[in-house]
Design a protein. Sequence first.
Length: 250
Amino acid sequence: MPRSIPDGVEDSLERIRTEVVACTRCPRLVRYRAAIAHERKREFRDQEYWGRGVPGFGDPNARLVVVGLAPAAHGSNRTGRVFTGDRSAAFLVRAFHAVGYANQPTSQNRGDGLSYRDLYLTAAVRCAPPGNRPSPAEQTNCAPYLEREFRQLRNTRAVLALGGFAWNAILELAPRAFGGTPPRTPFAHGACAPLGEGRPLLWASYHPSPQNTNTGKLTAPMLTDLLRRIQSSYSGGPRSAGPHRAEAAS
């Protein structure tokens, strides 16, 4: 797994981003992300793929942290920014914009001007996995990155897991990241579990994959309604301060 921070060295979101981008701890994922970046999809043949680990993105003072599964092969693995450039991203960011977390309803590439306010978006695994299925060892290798992000995101009041994989990953690291022992609440859309006394609440949503959104398992009103419930659980809405933009490290 990623090495611990040396004594006397202060951790930061920027340090985590840099390490994620350079990470080569999982040989299978390194090979796969590189192969996809070399082969490319026909519609993106003229684009240079990112083909590296994808760091978190958003407001470092966020009260809401949203955690997905892993980068999509031709989405984040192509663009270098989490939930950017594919149909899942389009669905998700429209919802963020509708409730005031995003300054625009689209997420297409790292230079598109997107910024989040009061929201930080990340993933349980940072490299695109074959079949969208990381192995247990690959999840273990990535877990310290998410744990360290939670430690740096000191204003977190709520965590939203997109899908059962992210839900279980967060519950597993919660005792280390938050110091509490959450109940083993079953995953279900709209489920909520405390991460410990005085700690953030963990919320669940179905993943915004085309498989879920095309079949109506997850609809736009379902996601926006859940986001509004989460907002009201800690404040009634996003902060009034201006947006913060944090681009992926290159």
